[in-house]
Write a protein that binds this ligand. Structure first.
Ligand code: PLP
Length: 344
């Protein structure tokens, strides 16, 4: 969490009151909440509606379950939160490089024959970092009279937002606190209302400290992203030179995430070894309660199950330094060398 976000949160907690209360303290909290809403929208360059939620998962759930669309189509590599919110949705395949092809989208929309389909395609993938070509996909959806939902949990605040109708965002992915996020909505008329807060589109006491910290995080400098890009490029090269495999190496990727395969060593064993060396990495999607389940993302990209089991995921944040990366590479080479010796 960025220092500016921590400071904003602590300050707001000192002044906490329920923004739905009519007393002076409540009115002040309401004003602070609306200030946070305007600042988050401005920082993102968003001119439509903004509903604060508890994070991207809730934003996705509201967007996909309250939609008035007559059919829902979701990308095969979407986050579990998307697949769970729309269990009956039609699937959109990805190519080996992790992206949705124009012709696949056109074909599925044609086969669906819906009048107003909702298509969920994420901006950046949370395992591979692959960026979907939304600039070319969105006009295809619009051409069929459809709406586009872009899960931007990984890219918001780092890259410009796509021209989508609905967008999910999570503050803890951009230096803000956990427990706050947003659903951006171009036209509230596309969603059925539910709940007593947030213009009737969400229920529950508003998280004013979280919203103010979210705004502060978005307003903080993004200079570290350039460093992350350099460090990721260095790491990609070092891993390849040491006999590893970079997931989606040739695809456009967000610089904050990468996945690497170490031939001959299970991801679970790598995780333990890296953890013992004081290095925190993940395997699979790692989002669900400490479980390591096989990656549906790599499977959708056509990866063999045995290879998938050897892939770990690495994230770069504002505090990641060059020496962190060197240390990681040293450990990676040591483990890969051990795996190779065992196989020989
Ligand atoms: N979508 C993507 C792409 C994510 O990476 C995540 C979190 O890992 C989510 C959705 C869920 O976000 P949250 O933790 O804010 O519910």
């Amino acid at each position: 969490m960025l220092a500016a976000a921590r400071a904003a949160m602590n300050d707001a907690i000192e002044r906490w009151a329920n923004p739905s209360s009519p007393h002076a303290e409540g009115r002040a909290a309401r004003a602070a909440l609306e200030d946070a809403r305007a600042r988050v929208a401005a920082a993102l360059g968003w001119t439509g509606e903004l509903i604060f939620t508890s994070g991207a998962t809730e934003a996705i759930r509201i967007g996909l379950t309250r939609t008035k669309a007559d059919a829902v189509l979701v990308g095969a590599t979407e986050h579990d939160a998307v697949h769970r919110a729309a269990p009956k949705a039609f699937f959109l395949p990805v190519q080996g490089d992790g992206t949705v092809a124009d012709h696949a989208l056109t074909g599925r929309l044609g086969a669906l024959g819906a009048e107003r389909p909702l298509v969920a395609i994420q901006s950046a993938n949370n395992e591979s970092g692959v960026l979907q070509p939304l600039d070319s996909l969105i006009p295809i959806v619009r051409g069929k009279g459809g709406l586009i939902f872009a899960d931007c949990a990984q890219s918001a605040g780092k890259l410009p937002l796509p021209e989508a109708d609905l967008i999910s965002i999570s503050a803890h992915k951009l230096g803000g606190p956990p427990g706050i996020g947003a659903l951006l909505v171009r036209d509230l008329g596309d969603l059925a209302p539910e709940g007593g807060q947030e213009k009737g589109y969400r229920g529950g006491t508003e998280n004013v400290p979280g919203a103010l910290a979210f705004a502060a995080a978005l307003e903080a400098s993004r200079a570290w992203l350039k460093r992350a890009e350099d460090l990721r490029a260095h790491l990609d090269g070092a891993i390849e030179a040491a006999g590893g495999q970079v997931v989606a190496r040739r695809s456009a990727r967000i610089p904050t995430i990468a996945s690497y395969r170490m031939p001959g060593m299970a991801a679970s064993a790598q995780l333990i070894q890296f953890d013992m060396a004081g290095i925190a990495v993940s395997a699979g999607s790692a989002c669900s309660s400490g479980t390591l389940k096989p990656s549906h993302v790599l499977a959708a990209m056509g990866w063999d199950e045995r290879d998938v089991a050897e892939v770990i995921r690495v994230s770069f944040g504002p505090d990641t330094t060059r020496s962190d990366v060197y240390r990681f590479v040293d450990q990676w080479k040591r483990l890969a060398g051990e795996a190779k010796a065992r196989a020989a």
